[in-house]
Design a binder for this molecule. Structure first.
Ligand SMILES: [Fe+2]
Ligand SMILES: [Fe+2]
Length: 330
C-alpha cells in the first residue's frame, strides 16, 4: 500500500495486528525472525512527519471553534453535566487542548524512551538486529515527536513545557537502557499500550475527530505496533533469565510504572484543570471515582497484565500493588 506523500487520511486504513513472539519450541529463533520482520516493515511502511501529513491542506487547518474537537459523551469528562453545560467554544477548546496536551506528553515520553533505546543500542554487538531495530524505533519516535510538536504548535493552545528538573529526573529511566533493559521495555509498554488502546478504540468506533488528529493517529498506530511487539518479545525472552532479586525488583516496580504512565496518558494534566477551572468534584466524577473510566484503564493494560502473569511477575505482593493502583479488573 502506498502511503507516502502529503496525505490527508489513508482510506480503508486497517491497524496492523500486533505481531509478537509466540511461545514455540525455539524462542530465540522466533525472536530473531520477529526482529527481521519488524526491521523490514520499518523500511516498507514508514512515515515522515513533514512528508506524509498534508499540514497545509485547508482540511487540516486547526480551528478551536470546530465542534469536532468537542469531547463525545463516551469520554469520561465529556459525559459530565459540567462539561455539557459549558458554552460550545469552551467545549471545543477543552477537547483541542486535551489533544495538544496528550501530544506533548507523548513527545516527552518518546524523548525519554529514545534516550534509553540509544543507550540500549550502544552496547549491542556487530550484526545485532536489536541494534538495528532500536535505531529504527528511535527514528520513528523522532518523527512522532516532530508531528506531535507540530500539532501542539498549530493548535495554538497553552501547553506548559517541562523544566530542567524533569529532564534530569527522567535520566534514571534512560539509564535502564544499559543497566536494566527489561525495566526500560516495561516503561515503553506502560506508555505505548494505553495510548495505542485509546487510538485504536477511536478508530474502531469510526472517529469523527478532525482529519489532522486522525492522520496523526493512523501513523502512530502503524508504527507503535512494531514497538510494542519488540518490547513484549524482548520481555518474553529476557525476563525468565533474570535472577530472583531483579525479578522481584521488577515485579514491584511494574504496577508503579504502569499506574503513573496510564495516569499521564489518560487523565487531563493539571494545566488543563486550572486553565478551564474544572472543579475537583467533576474530576472525581470523571476520573477518580468513575467505574467506566477505571474499566478503560484496566482494559488498556490487559495485554501487559497478561504478559506479567505469564512471566511470573504477578506475585502476591505485586498483585496487591496492582490492586491498590486500580489496575486490576474487579
Ligand atoms: Fe511513538
Ligand atoms: Fe513507540
Amino acid at each position: 500500500m502506498s502511503t507516502q506523500g502529503n496525505v490527508i487520511l489513508e482510506q480503508n486504513f486497517t491497524p496492523p495486528d500486533e505481531d509478537s513472539l509466540g511461545v514455540g519450541p525455539d524462542p530465540e529463533a522466533e525472536y530473531q525472525e520477529l526482529l527481521k520482520r519488524i526491521c523490514a516493515a520499518s523500511v516498507t511502511r514508514r512515515f515522515e512527519a513533514y512528508r506524509d501529513i498534508a499540514w497545509d491542506d485547508p482540511e487540516m487547518r486547526v480551528d478551536p471553534d470546530d465542534s469536532r474537537w468537542e469531547l463525545s459523551e463516551d469520554h469520561p469528562l465529556g459525559a459530565t453535566g459540567w462539561y455539557q453545560s459549558q458554552p460550545a467554544g469552551i467545549r471545543s477548546r477543552i477537547g483541542l487542548n486535551l489533544s495538544a496536551g496528550f501530544c506533548y506528553t507523548g513527545r516527552i515520553f518518546e524523548g525519554i524512551l529514545s534516550r534509553g533505546l540509544l543507550r540500549f543500542a550502544a552496547t549491542q554487538p556487530h550484526n545485532s538486529l536489536e541494534y538495528r531495530f532500536a535505531y529504527h524505533e528511535v527514528i520513528e519516535e523522532a518523527h512522532h515527536s516532530l508531528m506531535f510538536q507540530e500539532f501542539v504548535n498549530r493548535s495554538g493552545m497553552p501547553v506548559p513545557v517541562v523544566d530542567d528538573e524533569f529532564v534530569q529526573g527522567s535520566s534514571g529511566v534512560a539509564e535502564f537502557g544499559t543497566t536494566f533493559p527489561e525495566m526500560l521495555f516495561i516503561y515503553a509498554l506502560g506508555g505505548e499500550d494505553p495510548i495505542d488502546y485509546v487510538q485504536r478504540e477511536d478508530h474502531r468506533k469510526g472517529s469523527t475527530r478532525p482529519p489532522l488528529i486522525q492522520r496523526i493517529s493512523q501513523i502512530h498506530i502503524v508504527e507503535e505496533a512494531r514497538h510494542v511487539a519488540f518490547a513484549r518479545s524482548y520481555l518474553r525472552l529476557n525476563v525468565p533469565k533474570l535472577n530472583d532479586e531483579r525479578r522481584t525488583e521488577m515485579s514491584l516496580a511494574v504496577p508503579v510504572i504502569l499506574g503513573e504512565m496510564s495516569k499521564r496518558m489518560m487523565q487531563p494534566p493539571e494545566h488543563i484543570i486550572t486553565t478551564y477551572d474544572i472543579p475537583q468534584d467533576v474530576i472525581d466524577e470523571a476520573f477518580t471515582n468513575n467505574p467506566v473510566h477505571r474499566h478503560v484503564v484496566v482494559a488498556s493494560l490487559a495485554k501487559v497484565r497478561d504478559l506479567c502473569e505469564e512471566l511470573g511477575l504477578m506475585t502476591t505482593e505485586a498483585r496487591e500493588l496492582w490492586r491498590q493502583a486500580g489496575l486490576l479488573p474487579d
